[in-house]
Design a protein around this ligand. Structure first.
Ligand code: 5AD
Ligand code: SF4
Length: 447
């Protein structure tokens, strides 16, 4: 028998989207057989991984400032006679700017893109030998998933599960098609096996992830996959994100009507409400077709919570175009949204478009949009007050004796309940609504 590997400490900092959260967990799975266990303290770590996001300029700049801090930490440790610290940059900045990272921050030992992190053990070994390529950024999602360990070590009752990666839509503002590659779907058997493994470890809810998750092209599409996973014993809630309006097919809409495990929540970004801007964004839908789509979905599932993403200040956006965005928001009525100032990303078509909007104008539009979105979120939460909703308890609350769970509509719900209810789904009467959460009481005495 081989010697047990020495305990090494791994610190991972995750930026950006939920797929990065998933990827970080999987990196930990890849590194566990090498003896790496997680730590929350970077000063204590033998391996630091920054899992980065490239979507907006701010996200990217954060990586470089964080790397500066980590480098200081490492130098202090070495000066104090401590063990070596290996520094890795993963994720979408690694993919897009791998060479530049190595140049700008020589303390970085290795760089690994989102489709290559199964190669981490090899890259670490090469970095320690100071020989061989320390940058892996190929696009081979199938090889990655084949190489990942079958086991997962979920930390809670709700888990992410990547089913699709990449994007072929080429919205003109977006770096994703360049950092994550083309659309690719995982085989359904592999997804089901992972979902069963999660359920066996007590996971009650999975969120299926993809940059274009509803473009999932396994047999029968995402609808068939949802129906298949809904049959797994113990898996009582299924969600998916992020979707594109173009890929919202009838089968998926029908699933919202008749699969009880599929939660009544849909993140369906529209980005803008002006057809001129939508066209310049290459979104391939109009404001009208989006609103009609939402109406159709609501006919199948009237209580569905709709969420979205918005960009203000896209090149060429005039006041009237922005007003059209506000108008669309009023027509749809959102439960909760994300809104961003347009960020010029090198290499994307929009970065070179005329009519770039001044930052002060973007600020003003963002503030106005957020005021409206905040009102809508509050109205959505207020409409839940007085109702009874099923809550999946996920973690302890801030106050003793309190648990926090999620409603079917993805609202956080604070309830006084015993710890043994963690991981259970129980009816809760909602008594108060706040902008970001609900408060409620157990409908029945805890069994
Ligand atoms: N600037 C601002 N927001 C962006 N997003 C994507 N690219 C950009 C950009 N260049 C937003 C979109 C997308 C979300 C994930 O990020 O709204 O839906
Ligand atoms: Fe980016 Fe558009 Fe693809 Fe979404 S659909 S990842 S916004 S290119």
């Amino acid at each position: 028998m081989s010697e047990p590997a020495p305990a090494k400490r791994l610190y991972i900092k995750t930026y950006g989207c939920q797929m990065n959260v998933y990827d970080s967990e999987r990196m930990a799975d890849v590194l566990a057989p090498l003896g790496y266990g997680m730590t929350d303290d970077p000063t204590d770590a033998d391996l630091v991984v920054l899992n980065t996001c490239h979507i907006r300029e701010k996200a990217t700049e954060k990586v470089y400032s964080e790397l500066g801090k980590i480098r200081e930490m490492r130098d202090e440790r070495i000066a104090g006679g401590g063990a070596r610290m290996t520094i890795a940059v993963a994720g979408c900045v690694a993919q897009a700017e791998g060479e530049e990272i190595m140049r700008r921050q020589p303390a970085v030992d290795l760089v690994v893109g989102p489709q290559a992190y199964h190669q981490l053990p090899e890259l670490i070994a090469r970095a320690h030998r100071a020989r061989g390529e320390r940058l892996a950024a190929d696009f081979a999602p199938d090889e990655k998933f084949d190489a990942l360990p079958a086991t997962r070590r979920p930390t809670g009752v709700s888990a992410f599960l990547t089913v699709q990666e990449g994007c072929d839509k080429f919205c003109t503002f977006c770096v994703v098609p360049y950092t994550r590659g083309g659309e690719w779907s995982r085989p359904a058997d592999a997804i089901e096996a992972e979902a069963r493994a999660l359920a066996a470890k007590g996971v009650r809810e999975v969120t299926l992830l993809g940059q274009n998750v509803n473009a999932y092209d396994g047999e029968g599409g995402l609808a068939a996959l949802v129906r298949r996973l809904a049959r797994i014993e113990g898996l009582d809630r299924i969600r998916y994100t992020t979707s594109h309006p173009r890929d919202m097919d009838d089968a998926l809409i029908a699933a919202h009507a008749d699969v009880p495990e599929l939660m009544p929540y849909l993140h369906l970004p529209v980005q803008a409400g002006s057809d001129k801007v939508l066209k310049a964004m290459n979104r391939a839908h109009t404001a009208e077709s989006y609103v009609r789509l939402i109406e159709r979905i609501r006919r199948h599932r009237p209580d569905i919570a709709i969420s979205g993403d918005f960009i203000v200040g896209f090149p060429g956006e005039r006041d009237a175009d922005f007003e059209a965005t506000l108008q669309l928001v009023r027509e749809v009525g959102y439960a909760s949204c994300f809104s961003f100032k347009y960020s010029r990303r090198p290499g994307t078509p929009a970065a070179a478009m005329p009519g770039q909007v001044a930052d002060a104008v973007k600020d003003e539009r963002l503030a106005r949009l957020n005021t409206l979105l905040d009102e809508q979120r509050m109205a959505f939460n207020a409409a839940t007050a007085g109702r009874t909703v099923n809550v999946l308890f996920e973690k302890a609350g801030r106050h003793p004796g309190q648990l926090i769970g999620k409603s079917p509509y993805l609202q956080a719900v604070h309830v006084t309940a015993p710890d043994r209810m963690l991981g259970r789904i129980v009816p809760v009467k909602v008594e108060a609504a706040n902008p970001n959460s609900l408060a409620g009481v157990l409908e029945m005495e805890p069994a």
